[in-house]
Write a protein that binds this ligand. Structure first.
Ligand SMILES: Nc1nc2c(ncn2[C@@H]2O[C@H](COP(=O)(O)OP(=O)(O)OP(=O)(O)O)[C@@H](O)[C@H]2O)c(=O)[nH]1
Ligand SMILES: [Mg+2]
Length: 632
């Protein structure tokens, strides 16, 4: 069964609530004050099932909004996420101020479809009705409600005239609404929070994207509080999961009603970050005053509302009826993603003056020209161009896969598909979970080689630089560095020994007798195991002089072939590795070890045992507790 959300819009008292009741039988004015005053104050909800022309069942959810100018903010919380608007104009009053304001809001939020409903047709004669129709046709011309595209249906909620015709138009248009992308990441902007006896905290909203199932862990934005979905209702019936486009009520475990409010957003766990800055494309209505750089406005996005400062990119002001790029700096952190629509209202007096679309919710500092290019790619580029631009702006360190998902709001699988195409085309390089623009990657390679050249020139007696130091000098994440090293080794430009990197062929140049001495030293220590010879005895027996011998030892220590525990005590790395394994095996016999046991186990004297145990403590293989060691 297909779910479609229908919203009302229009001036106060024009018959929106009466229309919803005539269609569904449900009075959406639920508050006592609404019934007493005869006006809608807050959002109301109703539902109806209709057969589509092809026989398919349509489940229609209605969001009835208030027309009063003081409650436009409530209207704004309800209109986000609707598929179809019933744009209501009363036949006896025709177009009034909130007819215009609601119309502007629907256009700015890009509500995709609508039906203009001329209500109270019973109060006017046929001639007046015709005049009102002409006025409306003129008013909506060129918009999504243009009479050539969207029907105008006169009705009376009192006599029932036109209601059946309206239902059939609704069924026809609703059946054309494309299925929602429930593959996207889950987001539910909250429009109501209440406590239900025996259940606890319940929130409702129109499921904006993705799906949510019972027992899912979700995150509440902007606080990123965790909660578990204890139960789900769609249109008043219990269900196991809710899909994009459905009116959804969720019973949350682990939260009280104070933790939530209208404007909170439930979203997929560990996927997103809230933001206080968004780069946007902004349109100003013709009826607005010029918008100055740094003006403060009210921002409405989905069900959330905050104050924002408008920082115009490359302009001092935005003229009425024009569009521009801007950064909105929000007073409250909010979860927003590229593609989300929003409305801005003048700070005071409060009227709707414009709106737009979020291009980037994680802005970085860039030059004006680059920012301009970047934002125009985001607003009109293909997904490949968008992802590439997002990776490219991160420069040398690249963009992690997780950040790519958080920044775009795309599903991980969509990000993967886009990466695949870009890698295939040679524009992108994937380094484990980090993405790098190919061009930046090649620049990093050149940079790495230059850094090594400079190092060798400055340190002719040292065979290379530690890999970690090289990585830090280049400021690269481990994944990108590892991929670079791998590529450069393959290209035979780089050599790695142990933890050390050097330019290919640029190790310390050793003479034959030096090389022979190096081997002698290494072998002597390798053969000795833990019963190592005194260093001075080994050095004494070499062909080379003491200074050169000392240099060779330094190189072996630097390459981590030998490990120094004290001035007189040097071990081969193989011997220490063997010791670690012995200790690890012993752990299954006993979790603890004393000096006597250690001597037994390794067959070494007390003279070596103590420094070795201290070494193991430093390496966190063991921990000293009194006279004993705990094996970690
Ligand atoms: N004669 C006649 N009266 C209607 C019709 N529709 C609504 N009314 C009356 O108009 C008044 C306002 O109707 P509502 O449905 O509350 O108007 P609304 O647009 O929901 O008003 P707000 O929600 O406050 O903006 C009520 O007294 C209704 O009975 C109609 O088709 N014909
Ligand atoms: Mg109403």
């Amino acid at each position: 069964m297909k779910s479609v959300i229908i919203g009302t819009a229009g001036h106060i008292d024009h018959g929106k609530t009466a229309l919803v009741k005539a269609l569904t039988g449900i009075d959406a004015d639920r508050l006592e004050e609404e019934k007493r005053r005869g006006i809608t104050i807050d959002l109301g909800f109703a539902h109806l099932e209709l057969p589509a022309p092809n026989g398919e069942k349509l489940r229609l959810g209605f969001v009835d909004v208030p027309g009063h100018e003081r409650f436009v903010r409530n209207m704004l919380a309800g209109v986000g996420g609707i598929d179809l608007v019933l744009f209501v104009v009363a036949a006896d009053e025709s177009i009034k101020p909130q007819t215009r304001e609601h119309f502007d809001i629907c256009r700015l939020l890009a509500v995709p479809r609508g039906i203009t409903v001329v209500t109270k047709s019973d109060l006017v004669d046929a001639e007046t009705l015709e005049v009102v129709r002409l006025e409306i046709e003129e008013f909506v011309r060129g918009s999504f409600l243009d009479a050539a595209r969207a029907p105008i249906v006169p009705v009376s909620a009192i006599s029932g005239a036109g209601i059946e015709e309206l239902k059939s138009q609704i069924a026809r248009i609703a059946s054309e609404v494309p299925g929602k992308n429930s593959r996207a990441q889950f987001r539910l902007p909250v429009d109501r929070v209440f406590t239900m006896k025996g259940f606890g905290t319940v929130v409702t909203g129109t499921l904006l994207a993705g799906k949510v199932a019972k027992d899912d862990e979700v995150e509440i934005f902007p606080d990123k509080r965790a909660a578990r979905v204890r139960g789900i209702q769609v249109h008043g019936a219990q269900t196991e999961q809710a899909l994009a486009g459905q009116r959804t009520a969720i019973n949350l475990a682990g939260l009280s009603t104070e933790d939530l409010q209208r404007g909170s957003v439930l979203a997929a766990n560990h996927s997103f970050e809230p933001t206080r800055r968004i780069d946007v494309s902004l349109s100003l209505l013709k009826i607005a005053k010029r918008l100055r750089n740094r003006a403060r406005v009210h921002l409405h996005a989905h069900t959330a509302e905050t104050v924002a400062e408008v920082v115009l990119h490359q302009a001092q002001e935005l003229r009425p009826g024009s569009e521009g790029l801007a950064q909105l700096r929000l007073a409250d952190a909010t979860l927003l993603l590229p593609g989300d629509r929003f409305i801005i209202r003048q700070f005071s007096p409060v009227v709707t003056i414009g709106g737009g679309v979020v291009l980037d919710a994680m802005p970085t500092k860039q030059s004006a020209q680059r920012l301009n290019d970047f934002l125009s790619t985001l607003s009109s580029g293909s997904s490949e161009a968008i992802l590439l631009a997002r990776v490219a702006r991160r420069g040398a360190p690249g963009l992690s896969l997780k950040s790519a998902v958080a920044e775009t709001g795309w599903l991980p699988s969509e990000v993967e598909e886009t990466i695949f195409a870009l890698v295939k085309g040679g524009a992108l390089r994937r380094c484990g979970d980090v993405l790098a623009e190919e061009q930046a990657f090649q620049q990093n390679a050149t940079e790495l080689i230059n850094t090594l050249k400079a190092f060798h020139e400055a340190n002719p007696l040292i065979s290379g630089i530690s890999k970690e130091e090289l990585r830090e000098r280049l400021g690269l994440p481990p994944e990108v560095f590892a991929a670079l090293v791998e590529m450069l080794i393959q290209q035979k430009k780089l050599e790695i020994t142990g933890e050390q990197a050097r330019l290919a062929g640029r190790g310390v140049v050793m003479k034959d007798d030096e090389a022979e001495s190096k081997q002698t030293i290494e072998r002597a220590f390798a053969a000795a195991g833990l019963r190592v010879p005194a260093l001075k005895d080994v050095l004494g027996g070499l062909k080379v002089d003491r200074v050169r011998a000392q240099k060779i030892v330094t190189l072996l220590l630097r390459d981590k072939v030998l490990v120094k525990l004290s001035d007189e005590l040097v071990f081969h790395r193989g011997a220490l590795e063997g010791l670690r394994q012995t200790i690890a095996r012993y752990k299954s016999t006993s979790p603890k070890l004393d000096v006597a046991k250690f001597k037994d186990l390794t067959g070494i004297s007390r003279k070596y045992a103590i420094p070795l145990l201290e070494y193991l403590d430093r390496e966190r293989v063991t921990r000293r507790v009194g006279d004993e060691r705990v094996i970690l």
